[in-house]
Design a protein around this ligand. Structure first.
Ligand SMILES: [Ca+2]
Ligand SMILES: [Ca+2]
Length: 358
């Protein structure tokens, strides 16, 4: 069973761009400012990169405890049985700068996809079973959006990202302490785990006998069986006034009205699922994919593409609760951004995929 998935688009965006009333302005903003808003420049200082290597103790990984602690929710995945007639076409808010084009046919074999982002509870089970230490914990800090920090923590910080001053490196910030040492996840166990690097995500998925999805798989999953649509649910951001994803309402970065109910992450599955039964494919937390980042693509049809063989950054998809159309129009299935594999931030998580049911 096969499917041809058309990824991204730029060369034929003119008609699609008209789907949005003011998209010309949006595109300009997104191309000139969106990178910083999406965390593009969140790179760790070179001096600390030496801590990059991480591993999971094999004995711990396969221990009885590890197996017993596997939460049942990890079994919640959907088989995405691809069909030869499911030609998918990006509805095309293509941004050339980020390699959203050209549109191209891609064959993807059937695969299983987690229906939700990996939660704090799931990640906690993994850590309890393996003793795993995340890269943010090894580095001793992680990037946090200024707007969700306490005054106490903010007052202790003297540096920021020049192009995106709302991103602050917070000592002690990690998946356990999302806004720094004075925060915890006690009441957020069903929220997506954040402050996890690409290596952390790979370690978790490996422990769960899964893997990260490729970018092609992720985009196919995001579309939920629809063709020519911007979002997993269609082309309108808020059909009938309803919110379909945890995004940013208000003025970025100064005011988040929380109109959708959340100003930070939300419990997974708080918004409607897409046609494949997958939740939060856009919004809530950004999601790592297995692909290295590139902006130039062949238009030749590819089978199960895995991205470039090497690179410096990994592709992330879906946008986050921080995405606003004026600055980070990345909550579209075709949209993409990137970070170095050791990056971590308060809006970046992941979900796993697998070839066989787990
Ligand atoms: Ca929100
Ligand atoms: Ca997401």
């Amino acid at each position: 069973m096969h499917c041809f998935v058309f990824l991204f688009i730029f060369g034929c965006v003119n008609k699609a761009l008209c789907l949005q009333s003011s998209c010309g302005v949006e595109q300009e903003l997104a191309t000139t400012q969106g990178a910083a808003g999406c965390g593009w420049n969140l790179k760790r200082p070179a001096a600390t990169v030496e801590h990059r290597t991480v591993s999971v103790d094999p004995d711990a990984k396969y221990s009885t405890l590890a197996n017993e602690e596997m939460p049942t929710v990890q079994g919640e995945e959907k088989k995405l049985q691809t069909r030869s007639d499911c030609l998918m076409v990006s509805s095309g808010y293509g941004i050339l700068l980020y390699g959203e084009g050209p549109q191209r046919p891609v064959h993807v074999d059937s695969f299983y996809m987690d229906i939700q982002e990996v939660t704090n509870r799931q990640f906690q089970n993994f850590v309890n079973a393996t003793g795993y230490v995340t890269e943010a914990e090894k580095f001793g800090d992680s990037f946090v959006f200024e707007g969700i920090l306490s005054e106490t923590v903010k007052n202790q910080i003297t540096q920021a990202v020049a192009a995106a001053p709302w991103w602050l490196p917070v000592k002690g910030a990690s998946w356990r302490h999302p806004e720094g040492p004075d925060s915890n996840i006690t009441d957020r166990l069903n929220h997506p785990v954040i402050h996890v690097s690409w290596m952390d995500a790979v370690a978790y998925c490996s422990w769960a006998s899964k893997r990260l999805p490729t970018e092609a798989e992720w985009e196919y999953a995001c579309r939920g069986g629809l063709r020519d649509r911007l979002y997993p649910w269609g082309n309108k951001l808020n059909p009938k006034g309803q919110h379909y994803a945890n995004l940013w309402q208000g003025d970025f970065p100064s005011h988040n009205s929380g109109e959708d109910g959340y100003i930070k992450t939300s419990p997974v599955m708080s918004f409607p699922s897409n046609g494949f039964g997958l939740y939060d494919m856009v919004g809530n937390a950004w999601e790592w994919t297995s692909d290295w980042w590139a902006v130039h693509h062949t238009t030749d049809q590819q089978h199960n593409p895995k991205g470039p063989p090497s690179g410096t950054d990994k592709v992330k998809k879906g946008g986050s609760y921080m995405c606003h159309k004026s600055y980070c129009y990345r909550y579209r299935c075709a949209a993409r951004s990137q970070n170095t594999p050791d990056s971590s931030a308060s809006n970046l998580g992941f979900r796993c995929a697998s070839q066989d049911q787990r």
